[in-house]
Design a protein around this ligand. Structure first.
Ligand SMILES: Nc1ncnc2c1ncn2[C@@H]1O[C@H](COP(=O)(O)OP(=O)(O)OP(=O)(O)O)[C@@H](O)[C@H]1O
Ligand SMILES: [Mg+2]
Length: 336
């Protein structure tokens, strides 16, 4: 496999991670985050695409990268996907069956969508776990064009859920991942490290900030500062910040409960809930979620699987949950 780096183009920032294959752990070669204006990454206009390309180039020029090969991802809220089981069959049979099966798993499958599928694993009886994803050709072309215009060589666009499963999954552990970004939140179920379910919830850090701004009648900039300073500290500003955050997180909590109580997972014992993405940095969020979910809640640490060398802990650790996706992309095409 050629050298490459992982590139996460989020709605609020670009994150870059590159590792080098070393034993016993991959070694962190490059790491950076570069803020971008909210809305740019998902905009359809040519002018915004050009701005985004310029910002990606700036982010890259400020990062010690040794390659222009990149593995990136397409936002999960632009993708239709499903994970399902198939009985044992050979690879040839599977290829044939998937031609007919896709339409049952991708609602409104259209000719202008690009589809891909991938065997996640086989159980001891040979049953297959299959991941399918579809994205409109328009979106897929836009992402390819952005890479080309930025002077990059895209080796692949991986699903966010697969990259997160690679970095956060642990064998013999059943976990739920909440990956909360600016615009949306991804919920994942990993059983023994294997991805079994993903759901997108349309709420994230921006909704939290807007709700705080509305509740206190202050600017979004001030609301953002208060959110980062006080988070879920109940006693601050008569509980206004706490209540606004709780209200914003409610759709995530509801969806998470319904997943854990669903027919598919109710017999599973989930050891912990792992909080990833920028929303995980909200002060006191682990305490709050563990109280209402009655589960152990921990912050995602993508550096568990990566040797960070002599980079100081105070640089690497505080923002660690934000880098899960870029780190997962950085590892996704290496066998570790
Ligand atoms: N210390 C903090 N406390 C609370 N929220 C925070 C903190 N730091 C960052 N955030 C929030 O996290 C969000 C950004 O997270 P992240 O970088 O994971 O998003 P993104 O990848 O850019 O967006 P998306 O995944 O939606 O495309 C912002 O909404 C920001 O307000
Ligand atoms: Mg993100």
């Amino acid at each position: 496999m050629n050298d490459y780096f992982g590139l996460d183009i989020g709605n609020s920032s670009i994150k870059i991670v590159q590792v080098a294959l070393k034993k016993p752990k991959p070694f962190l070669v490059a790491l950076s985050e570069f803020n971008i204006p909210f809305g740019l990454a998902e905009s359809d206009s040519d002018a915004d695409r050009k701005k985004l390309v310029g910002l990606i180039q700036q982010a890259i020029s400020q990062t010690q990268l040794k390659t222009r090969n990149v593995v990136s991802t397409i936002s999960s809220n632009k993708i239709s996907s499903d994970i399902f089981q198939f009985p044992y069959m050979t690879n040839e049979e599977l290829k044939f069956a998937m031609k007919y099966e896709l339409k049952y798993h991708i609602p409104d499958l259209k000719d202008d969508q690009v589809c891909d599928w991938h065997v996640l694993g086989r159980d001891i009886h040979g049953n297959l776990d299959i991941f399918v994803a579809a994205v409109s050709r328009h979106i897929s072309n836009k992402y390819s064009l952005v890479m080309k215009e930025a002077g990059l060589n895209p080796l692949a666009f991986d699903a966010e859920s697969l990259a997160l499963a690679k970095i956060l999954g642990e064998p013999q552990k059943n976990i739920v991942v909440i990956h909360g970004g600016a615009q949306y939140t991804l919920l994942l179920v990993l059983i023994n490290g294997n991805l079994k379910m993903e759901h997108v919830v349309q709420t994230g850090g921006v909704v939290v900030t807007n709700n705080i701004a509305g509740s206190l009648n202050i600017t979004k900039e001030n609301a953002e500062l208060l959110k980062r300073k006080f988070g879920l500290e109940k006693s601050k500003l008569d509980g206004h910040i706490y209540n606004a955050i709780v209200r914003s997180l409610d759709p995530i909590v509801k969806e998470l409960r319904s997943v854990m109580e669903s027919q598919q997972f109710k017999a599973q014992d989930f050891e912990e809930v792992v909080l990833s993405g920028g929303v995980a940095l909200t002060p006191q969020i682990t305490d709050y979620l563990s109280q209402i979910l009655l589960k152990k809640v921990v912050l995602a640490n993508p550096w568990k699987k990566i040797d960070c060398g002599d980079r100081p802990g105070e640089v690497i650790i505080p923002a660690a949950p934000k880098f899960s996706l870029a780190a997962g992309l950085a590892l996704s095409h290496y066998v570790i």
